[in-house]
Every structure is written in C-alpha cells, then in structure tokens.
Design a protein around this ligand. Structure first.
Ligand code: KIV
Ligand code: NA
Length: 261
C-alpha cells in the first residue's frame, strides 16, 4: 500500500516511528522504497552531495524537478517529498509555480524552509490540494543569514518563537514538519504540541519520524555533522545499511543522546 500523509498521521497517533531518507535518482529510490522507508525526500542537499556545491543556495527549480522525476520513476510505495529551492518562498507566485512543477514531476508533498510567515502559502497550497512540509530550525538556504550552520532555538526567545510558529502553521494545515538542529527538549515539545507528524534531523528521538541525507548515513561524508550515524559500518551492503537505519528509527535506538543537541 502506498504511504500517504494519512499513513503518517495515523502513525503519529499510534506513536509508531517512521523513517525518511533523501533520494536523488531512480536506483536509490527503488532500493530505499523496497526497504520499507516510509518517505523519500528529494532534498536540495543534492547541491552538496551531487553537485559538490558549498551550500544549497545554487540549486535551481529545474534541477529539483529533474531529480524528482528520477526518484518518482524508481519509487514503489514511499511518500515523495520535494524541496522548493532557494528563494522559492520569496513571493506567493513563486511558491505556487515551484509547487506546481514539483507536483507534476511526481512529488506528493512539497517542502518549504521558513517560519510563521509561510502561513498564507500553506493555506493556499492546501486549498489547491498540495500538502506542505515546513522545515524549521536550521534552514540551510539561510546559511548566509545565520552566519554558519548553527543549532537554532537555543535561547528562550528563539525557542518560544519556534514553538509558536509551529503551532500557527499547524493550525493553518501544515501536513508535515522537519526540525533540523533544534535542541532535544524543544523538539519534543513541538512534536507534542502539533497535530502534523514531525520529522527530526539533529532534533530528538521524541519526533515522530527521522530523516538523514543518504550519503551521510552511508558513511560517504568525510566531515559528518554530530547528528549523523554511519549505518554502512557493520552492514554487508547498501540495502542492509538502509534496512539497519529503518530498523533503528522504528525501534527508537536512533537517534541516541550523542546525536542530539
Ligand atoms: O535537503 C535536504 O536533504 C533536507 C533534509 C536534510 C531535511 O532538507
Ligand atoms: Na533541503
């Protein structure tokens, strides 16, 4: 049975964890989907891992559409989430154009980086049949504004702002959240206070699901972030590494304390 946003909502209610991995091509899409990973994200992290860029800023909508088409062809039953790239939320018109193209390319959900100001975009997209995943916390498209890749929501004011934004966006009908590099306690609090399933990366085991960049969890990143675990270590092949990740997310053993902030 294909995974839908309803499947993930049901899992949240049942307190059953789900796994997500990034995918950029048809071959890995088939492998990840066959392993029973509930959702695949065509992340603009493809700028880093496929293109060798320093950040996700150079990634274009055309490139996101191309990789979404590739992943959609290899997919069996996973939910497909596609990133709206840099500047995609600058105007509502741009957001709607990007969402249209990504949905036509095979996405089931589109992901936007940002905060409370995305309320209108979430409302309009939902009204038009497009589920939105909002990525909060460390939003890599804003690396230049942050002055580096840093944990977000560490002080009280920042934490309150994140929690309030999540609640506002949840009420507006956000389908999913991604929390990246948000302290564990705050991540757990946000997860408990929104209806939508929350996917963590450098967040908390209390999140409803977890995501990692495929190349990171295969041990291909020479300078992995704290929240990464190499599942290739000890696995016989790539399919076994992906299954080990899926298992570790579902049994709650990943992420451990050492992967959180
Ligand atoms: O682009 C990406 O891979 C992402 C995940 C890390 C959440 O946005
Ligand atoms: Na991304």
């Amino acid at each position: 049975m294909p995974v839908t946003i309803r499947t993930l909502q049901k899992y949240k209610q049942e307190q059953r964890k789900f796994s997500v991995l990034t995918a950029y091509d048809a071959t890995f899409s088939r492998l990840i989907s066959d392993a029973g990973v509930e959702a695949m994200l065509i992340g603009d992290s493809l700028g880093n891992v496929i293109q060798g860029q320093q950040s996700t800023v150079p990634v274009t909508l055309e490139q996101m559409v191309y990789h979404t088409e590739c992943v959609a062809r290899g997919n069996q039953n996973s939910l497909i989430i596609a990133d709206v790239p840099f500047m995609g939320a600058a105007t509502l018109e741009r957001t709607l154009d990007a969402a249209t193209q990504l949905m036509r390319a095979g996405a089931n959900v589109i992901k936007l980086e940002g905060g409370a100001w995305l309320e209108e975009a979430v409302t309009v997209l939902k009204r038009n049949g497009i589920p939105v995943c909002v990525h909060m916390g460390l939003t890599p498209q804003s690396v230049n504004a942050f002055g580096g890749y840093r944990v977000q929501g560490k002080d009280e004011a920042g934490a309150r702002e994140l929690l309030e934004a999540a609640i506002t966006l949840d009420r507006a009908g956000t389908a999913l959240f991604v929390l990246e590099c948000v302290p564990r306690g705050l991540s757990a609090e946000i997860t408990a206070n929104v209806q939508a399933p929350v996917i963590g990366i450098g967040a908390a085991p209390e999140c409803d699901g977890q995501v990692l960049v495929l190349h990171d969890m295969l041990g291909l990143n020479p300078r992995p972030a704290r929240f990464v675990k190499d599942f290739m270590a000890g696995a016989g092949d790539i399919a076994a590494a992906v299954r080990a990740y899926d298992q570790a997310v579902k049994d709650g053993s990943f992420p451990a304390e050492e992967h959180c902030f």
